[in-house]
Design a protein around this ligand. Structure first.
Ligand SMILES: Cc1cc2nc3c(=O)[nH]c(=O)nc-3n(C[C@H](O)[C@H](O)[C@H](O)COP(=O)(O)O)c2cc1C
Length: 358
């Protein structure tokens, strides 16, 4: 394919990306039981540093936000120290790396949380028809979360801010706030999971308030040019579903995030994974209201990426599953080589098999 836009360099805030390929955030559960990154994670990310930008797997900003077995955190000194070899390895290859901050909120299980933590959410509503895997007892029903008090909300915002500072200390080029796929920030946005009647619910600005406070405070702490955000408008993961008035909600959010001058909005469309397609008009609305860099993601191939970049639907394109079994993805898609299929059985299992052995 000639006239590639995908392999051109791109200026993202103050950092230069060597191409427009982004590695999408993917949970791989290779941290240890205490949520500390392991050595093989540096190898894994280094192997994939051909992307212009890597976004790490969802990483917990606080013990309350861990949710899953063996996902990494960034809330203590041990974790900060263990992430340093990851950022050094990626930078040694000329890559850039943002950390995705993922507080799982109600998508959680007590067996997966450090002692003394609490499962928190905007309202005391468990996600329906969703189970959570635990190392101890396999799949378990998800319990009803505690409705966050105003104090809990302030504390959670402070945890994001501290986590962002910790990420910078660990050498990351920035952070991505995970406000997609049904985790804590999206639980506030969506009226199905947020039935509060106070200032943090009830209306578009109420349901957006926590997300915008976290975005603003994080940007104040480390610089707006180091803070991106992921949104999944119309998504249907973790029982956070499309809702009436979502266009107005995402229009409001995109505009407000633009005013905060966040470095990018990362849009998720998981229709290639079986959820309803996100209307192109909604993506364009968010792009136009935000006014800054847009990362598009979900089901992309080289061809569809070039097409959507040419149409200016977004500026950068994230690839998820293709990166799992093809560490040298950029070279492969440049050459038109066929891609290895990922093995679902090793997505979240400990160790190197199906992780660093491709
Ligand atoms: C194994 C796996 C883990 C994932 N974990 C995360 C995650 O931690 N955070 C997130 O925002 N999305 C996560 N996703 C979604 C991907 O970032 C991406 O949006 C999705 O795979 C669709 O893109 P693709 O078609 O290029 O794979 C995950 C996807 C997979 C396959």
């Amino acid at each position: 394919m000639s006239n590639s836009i995908l392999f051109e360099a791109f200026q993202l805030g103050r950092i230069s990306l060597k191409n427009k390929v982004v590695m999408a955030p993917m949970t791989r559960s290779r941290a240890d039981q205490d949520h500390v990154p392991t050595d093989i994670m540096a190898t894994y990310y280094q192997q994939r540093a051909n992307a212009g930008l890597i976004i790490t797997e969802g990483t917990a900003p606080s013990p309350n936000g861990v949710g899953y077995a063996r996902i990494p955190g960034i809330y203590n000194e041990q974790q900060i120290a263990a992430w340093k070899p990851v950022t050094e390895a990626v930078h040694a290859e000329g890559g850039k790396i943002f950390m995705q901050l993922m507080h799982t909120g109600r998508v959680s299980h007590p067996l997966n949380l450090p002692e003394g933590s609490t499962i928190l959410a905007p309202s005391a509503i468990a996600p329906a028809n969703t189970e959570m895997y635990t190392d101890q007892e396999g799949s378990q029903p998800i319990p009803t979360p505690k409705e966050m008090s105003i104090e809990d909300i302030k504390e959670a915002a402070n945890e994001y801010v501290q986590a962002a500072k910790n990420a910078i200390t660990a050498g990351f080029d920035g952070v991505e706030l995970h406000a997609a796929n049904g985790y804590l920030l999206e639980q506030f946005i969506n009226p199905g999971s947020n039935q509060r009647t106070d200032a943090y619910g009830d209306s578009i600005d109420g349901r957006s308030k926590f997300v915008l406070e976290v975005a603003e405070q994080t940007a104040d702490a480390i610089g707006a040019d180091k803070v991106g955000i992921r949104l999944s408008p119309g998504g249907a993961f973790n029982d956070v579903n499309p809702f009436e008035g979502q266009e107005e909600t995402f229009k409001y959010l995109a505009q407000a995030l633009g005013k905060l001058k966040l470095v990018y909005v990362h849009l998720v469309d998981h229709s290639s994974m079986g959820t309803p397609a996100v209307p192109t008009s909604l993506k364009e609305l968010i792009r136009d209201e935000f006014g800054g860099t847009i990362i598009i993601s979900g089901g992309y191939t080289r061809e569809s990426a070039e097409t959507d970049l040419a149409k200016k639907l977004g500026h950068l394109v994230a690839f998820g599953r293709p990166y799992l079994a093809n560490p040298n993805l950029v070279e492969k898609i440049k050459n038109g080589d066929s891609l290895n299929d990922p093995n679902f059985d090793t997505f979240y299992t400990p160790g190197e098999v199906g992780y660093t052995d491709y």
